[in-house]
Every structure is written in structure tokens, then in C-alpha cells.
Write a protein that binds this ligand. Structure first.
Ligand SMILES: Cc1cc2nc3c(=O)[nH]c(=O)nc-3n(C[C@H](O)[C@H](O)[C@H](O)COP(=O)(O)O)c2cc1C
Length: 339
């Protein structure tokens, strides 16, 4: 089973991907957070950095594009192809109000005929493979039947389904029954599109049970669950290996030393590219809503991190946590906690 790291804007950028891969790994494919090609036919410098081959060395990285315009998509795909990428991913799932109101991301799912025409244009001339990351509709999970009709008309290299509608954002249960129906239809279609499940996977057991429940599944994409537990991919692989081959490989365990060293590297790499400790503070704060559950008294430190005005406040809180607290074994992302 393939394990993918979910793209997360503001979080899983090239710095994070590289530091993560050096310290933990277990991920087969990474995606850039969305890149937005537009009529200017230029990208922001942040976006070029995501694509730069030297920033992604040694990792399988797939650039993700967000646009409603097939011509802009094709321009973005051509840039990726020029840089040596062999696949681009189409973001058809971003639920953010500003994105959707412009008809992008999940907004593309509102009009299946338009989606069909856009994919027709893209697939008729895209120089490299195209995969899709999608939600199952805007308001009603039943919308996915029609949307899937469209996807099945094209040779997608993979179809990553986050089985929620746009209006559900990232909360609540995922609609497994819709995913199950889609898996059956994809299998019956004869297409050799890889099917990937994404959403609320917090433990290796959950990832492994998906493989059992959906025999046609090619892989899982891990987002918040792997932010909280950076060993989630390794644990999933160990569990799957034990199940498949009765191997006695030990389950990897997250230790405070491993986490602190990962954190130190993340701070160092961010300090090298960001201008000033304030930016580093701002960047690091983004992680703690996902990290704090790993530690005894985690909430207390999360509050201190949130309130930190200067990097020195942050450093003090985090050093104290690393010295005084312990890792809670088996801690995992809580999909229902308030963030
Ligand atoms: C802060 C944040 C940023 C995200 N950025 C992106 C993005 O750039 N592209 C994308 O396709 N999905 C993005 N997502 C969605 C994730 O890739 C993933 O689909 C979602 O978190 C559900 O998976 P999970 O339950 O494993 O986290 C983002 C999610 C979050 C919470």
C-alpha cells in the first residue's frame, strides 16, 4: 500500500517535507501545497521554491495545481514538466470560502458539465500524468455519483478521494459508504487509476483496516494524523508488513529525543530561509495545534506557545516541555477536538 503525505498549505512545504523525510520518512509520495497558476503566467517565489528540484531532491514530489481555468492548469503543468516532474495533481477539493466562491477547488464540483469540459481540455494536451484530489460534492454526498461519471471518462493516474462534501470542511465523520461505492465503480470501469483514501486516518490500525475493507485500494494519504504522529507512515508500514508476511518487525515508537531533534532541525531550516525570528515563531506556531496531544500537560504548553510574542518566549516554553514532560504513548490526532 502506497503512503502519501497530504498537501497542507502553510505546513507541508518543502522545508517540512525534507526535515520530515530525514527524521522519520516512510512516505512514498509527497504533494506540494497548492500552487495557483493564473493569467499572469508567473508564479510567486514561494511557489517556485516548492517546485525547485534542488528543494525536493531524493523525494517523490507531485506538484498540486489549483485553478478553474484549464489553460492555466496546462501552463502550470508545462512548468512542472520543464522542471522534470512526471505528474501534476489537480486540487478539486479545497473547501475554503474564498477559493470556492471563485469556482476553484471544491468549487469545480458545482457544475459537472464544466468539470467535464475542463478535464477534456486538460487530458487532450497535458504533457504529463494528471491525478485528482477531490471531495465528494458541495452539499450532498449523493452528488458524487455524477462527479465520478466525469472522472471515469479520463485516464487519471490516481484518484484521491476525501469523502466529505465542501460544506463539511474538515469536521465530522467521513462518508465511507460513498468511498466504497466509488471503489466498486472504479474497479468495474477497467481504468487503471490508483485509488487513494484520505481523511481522518489517525492510527496505523485505521490505515491498515482501510486496506482490508477496500481491496482495490492503492494507498492512503495522511494529513493531520501524520502531523500529530510523525511516525504514522512507518507504523502503518510495520503493521502491514507484520500482517502480510508475519514479519516480527518491531513497531516504531516516538521518543522525546526523536521529536526534539526533529523540532530543532525544523527551527534551523526555517531560520535559514525566513527573515527574522518573528517569522520563524509564526511558522512554528502552526504546528502546535497538532503536536500538543503528544505530551503530558500538552494543553498548558500549547497555550504558552499560542501566546508567545517573541521567539524567546516560544523557545522557553518548548525547552521546558522537552525537559519536564513525557511523550504519551499511542497519542494520535483527535478529529473531533476543537482547533
Ligand atoms: C491547514 C490545512 C491546509 C491544507 N492545504 C491543502 C492544500 O494545499 N491542498 C490540498 O489538496 N489539501 C489541503 N488540505 C487538506 C488536506 O490535504 C487533507 O485532505 C485534509 O486535512 C484531510 O485529511 P486528514 O484528515 O488526514 O488531515 C489542507 C488541510 C489543512 C488542515
Amino acid at each position: 500500500m502506497i503512503i502519501e503525505m497530504a498537501p497542507m498549505e502553510g505546513i507541508t512545504n518543502y522545508i517540512y517535507r525534507r526535515v520530515f523525510a530525514a527524521h522519520f520518512g516512510g512516505v512514498d509520495r509527497y504533494y506540494t501545497p497548492f500552487i495557483s497558476p493564473n493569467q499572469t503566467e508567473s508564479l510567486q517565489s514561494r511557489e517556485w521554491k516548492e517546485l525547485a528540484p534542488e528543494n525536493n531532491q531524493g523525494l517523490v514530489v507531485i506538484p498540486q495545481l489549483l485553478t478553474k481555468n484549464p489553460e492555466h492548469f496546462l501552463w502550470g503543468a508545462a512548468q512542472a514538466a520543464d522542471l522534470g516532474y512526471e505528474e501534476v495533481n489537480y486540487n478539486l477539493g479545497c473547501p475554503s470560502g474564498t477559493v470556492v466562491s471563485k469556482g476553484k477547488g471544491a468549487g469545480m464540483l458545482r457544475d459537472a458539465d464544466y468539470l467535464d469540459r475542463a478535464l477534456d481540455q486538460i487530458f487532450s494536451s497535458c504533457p504529463i500524468r494528471v491525478s485528482v484530489k477531490t471531495r465528494i460534492g458541495i452539499a450532498d454526498p449523493a452528488e458524487f455519483e455524477r462527479i465520478l461519471d466525469v472522472y471515469l471518462r479520463y485516464p487519471l493516474s490516481s484518484l484521491i478521494i476525501h469523502p466529505r462534501v465542501q460544506k463539511e470542511f474538515y469536521k465530522g465523520d467521513v462518508h465511507r459508504e460513498i468511498f466504497a461505492a466509488a471503489a466498486e465503480r472504479l474497479a468495474a470501469s477497467g481504468r487503471n487509476t490508483s485509488l487513494i483514501f484520505n481523511g481522518n486516518i489517525a492510527t496505523a490500525e485505521e490505515a491498515a483496516s482501510l486496506a482490508k475493507d477496500f481491496p482495490g485500494l492503492s494507498g492512503v494519504m495522511l494529513g493531520r494524523g501524520m502531523l500529530t504522529d510523525p511516525m504514522l507512515a512507518l507504523k502503518t508500514k510495520a503493521l502491514m508488513a507484520a500482517k502480510d508476511f508475519s514479519s516480527r518487525k518491531e513497531t516504531p515508537v516516538l521518543t522525546m529525543e526523536a521529536f526534539a531533534s526533529f523540532h530543532e532541525d525544523l527551527v534551523r531550516r526555517n531560520s535559514e530561509v525566513l527573515s527574522g525570528s518573528h517569522q520563524v515563531l509564526h511558522r512554528l506556531k502552526e504546528f502546535w495545534p497538532y503536536w500538543y496531544v503528544n505530551f503530558t500537560n500538552g494543553v498548558k504548553y500549547w497555550k504558552r506557545v499560542r501566546k508567545a510574542r517573541y521567539y524567546s518566549d516560544y523557545e522557553e516554553a518548548v525547552c521546558e516541555l522537552f525537559q519536564k514532560e513525557e511523550i504519551i504513548p499511542g497519542a494520535c490526532f483527535e478529529a473531533y477536538s476543537i482547533r
